[in-house]
Design a binder for this molecule. Structure first.
Ligand code: UDP
Length: 362
């Protein structure tokens, strides 16, 4: 069968890399890149190092307000679907590209398959929460990564087409883990591309941090609290800075004299896996990185009021912190997970289950 896959943002390239490899053995895939993330270090590096096939359509939508960006994608994806006439449209996660792809397909009565269905933060002010709820409610196949996610769908009255397949980021991590180790063992730290002069030297120990969610980066207050905590941690912090955070980081860097934070350009996935796997702690507001911390058995502090990945918290490997200096320091200091580490996110073969399930659609 013919499947159009719509991607556009960094985590979707990683998820698509894991699924496309398997999917293309059984089906014809047409890959559409909306252009939501377009910098080389947010897009090209993933296509190159993860050997993701070149997109068949690059829509070049780029940045914009949520409505404008989603609207432009909707119109352009519709054109692709009218031309390609696929049997199904595959979308990932919770970005504007996800919603635009799903909506364009749904309005043309093309079945939508949603990977990472059923995740909920129960915070409807998050653009991601809006995107995932709307996408789930117009999907034909809903691939839930966890039982909790499947339960959320059930609670919202979605009972048809739901399949608990495990998490595709777990597939990606298991597949690329050894390669990441090999390619970064010698040069992992020297590959870092510093954003500012006079970065702290890293000698063997580090904490890895990423912060880019709207709630932490739309105003200066939360980010300045978070960076003040990083500054006081006993181990230097490596912070690959997301493009949406860079303006604020630059403003704060000029104002404060940070000595403990190494601000660097975003890194490729293999480099990130290596940095994460060898970190003493991970501090983040990223969904994907919370799970990677769990899978790599690195304790994680999540600077958010809620998480969709509740199992990581219940298992004791992840803890939530307010965007407040003292709270982050307390949580980072106190976190000592028990030895238990159940396989919460599947066995690394979610892509096979997704591929088989798609095959049953027609
Ligand atoms: N990531 C990466 N390089 C970076 C920062 C993150 O490869 O500099 C990876 C990270 O390991 C994870 C994914 O990007 O696999 C998470 O993406 P992001 O945090 O942008 O999105 P979210 O998961 O929060 O939707």
């Amino acid at each position: 069968m013919k499947i159009v896959t719509v991607v556009g943002a960094r985590p979707q390239f990683i998820k698509a890399a894991a699924v496309s490899r398997v999917l293309r053995q059984a089906h014809q895939e047409i890959l559409v890149h909306t252009g939501q993330h377009y910098d080389a270090n947010m897009s090209d590096v993933f296509f190159d190092e993860l050997h993701i096939p070149h997109p068949d359509y690059a829509l070049g939508v780029g940045s914009g307000s949520h409505g404008r960006q989603t609207g432009e994608m909707l119109a352009k994806v519709e054109d692709v679907l009218l031309q390609e006439k696929p049997d199904a449209v595959l979308v990932y996660g919770d970005t504007n590209s996800t919603l635009a792809g799903a909506l364009a397909a749904s309005k043309l009565c093309i079945p939508v398959a949603h990977v990472e269905a059923g995740l909920r933060s129960f915070n409807r002010t998050m653009p991601e929460e809006q995107n995932r709820i709307l996408t789930d409610h117009i999907s034909t196949l809903l691939f839930a990564p966890t039982i909790t996610a499947a339960d959320h769908l059930h609670d919202e009255g979605i009972t048809q087409g739901v399949e608990m397949v495990g998490d595709v980021m777990c597939d990606a991590l298991y597949y690329y883990r050894d390669l990441a180790e090999q390619s970064c063992a010698e040069t992992g730290l020297s590959q870092l591309d510093d954003l500012f002069p006079h970065s702290p030297e890293i000698e063997g120990k580090w904490i890895l941090a990423t912060i880019h969610r709207a709630e932490n980066t739309d105003g200066i207050q939360n980010l300045s609290q978070i960076l003040a905590a990083f500054e006081q941690l006993p181990v230097p912090v490596i912070f690959p800075v997301h493009p949406r955070t860079i303006g604020l980081v630059r403003t704060l860097w000029r104002r404060e004299n940070y000595h403990n934070i190494r601000f660097v350009q975003p890194v490729g996935y293999l480099h990130m896996l290596w940095l994460a796997g060898h970190a003493r702690r991970i501090i983040t507001d990223s969904g994907g990185l919370q799970k990677e911390a769990y899978l790599l058995e690195v304790p994680c502090v999540t600077v958010r009021e809620q998480t969709e990945w509740v199992e990581t918290v219940e298992s004791g490997w992840n803890t939530l912190a307010h965007a407040n200096t003292a709270d982050i320091l307390v949580k980072a200091g106190a976190l000592t997970p028990a030895g238990d580490h159940p396989a919460l996110y599947g066995d690394g073969h979610a892509a096979e289950k997704i591929t088989q399930s798609l095959g049953r659609l027609i």
